[in-house]
Design a protein around this ligand. Structure first.
Ligand code: ADP
Length: 160
């Protein structure tokens, strides 16, 4: 059984994340989406909200699990018996940071391979922060996120 982990902040999950997930599912038997807890970020959605939004967005995929973790990614991968880390590459601008992370993770544990996947071109300009900004300003995000996420964004900004 080939298990991959797909780590990120997912604040919130977008159609770009889902595009990468679907590509990963063609390569691996199971994909574990994991929210990496990051004390230096101040997310819009709480960890529980993000877990719920991811779960609702992937409910039709039976080989997907959702979790969160703190600590070293390679340790978490070992614990979950995952042999690969999936990351999305949108543009050259992603590359430098991603290469550094991938090589450092390999240095820490060379049994875990990082796999980069490219999304459909229409998602190359999409990220969670731009989606949050459009929603905050009252724009329509329905082309960029699943319906549950659009509703959650509308609620969040109405409450603010
Ligand atoms: P991070 O805070 O680590 O960037 P994100 O949740 O934004 O976490 O992203 C997690 C992973 O998904 C990263 O590998 C990122 O490059 C990828 N990703 C995010 N948005 C897209 C997109 N629109 N297309 C392809 N990959 C994406």
């Amino acid at each position: 059984m080939k298990i991959a982990i797909y780590p990120g902040t997912f604040d919130p999950i977008t159609n770009g994340h889902l595009d990468i997930l679907e590509r990963a599912l063609t390569l691996f038997d199971q994909v574990l989406i994991v929210i990496a807890r990051n004390a230096s970020k101040d997310p819009l959605f709480s960890e529980t909200e993000r877990l719920d939004l991811i779960s609702a967005s992937v409910k039709n995929h039976k080989n997907v699990r959702v979790d969160s973790f703190e600590g070293l990614l390679v340790d978490f991968a070992q614990k979950k018996k995952a042999t690969a880390v999936v990351r999305g590459l949108r543009a050259i601008s992603d590359f430098e940071y991603e290469l550094q992370m991938a090589l450092m993770n390999r240095k820490l544990d060379d049994t875990v391979e990082t796999v980069f996947l490219m999304p459909n071109e229409k998602y190359t300009y999409l990220n969670s922060s731009i989606v949050r900004e459009i929603a905050r300003l009252g724009g329509n995000v329905s082309d960029f996120v699943p319906p549950v996420v659009r509703i959650a964004l509308e609620r969040k900004y109405k409450a603010k």
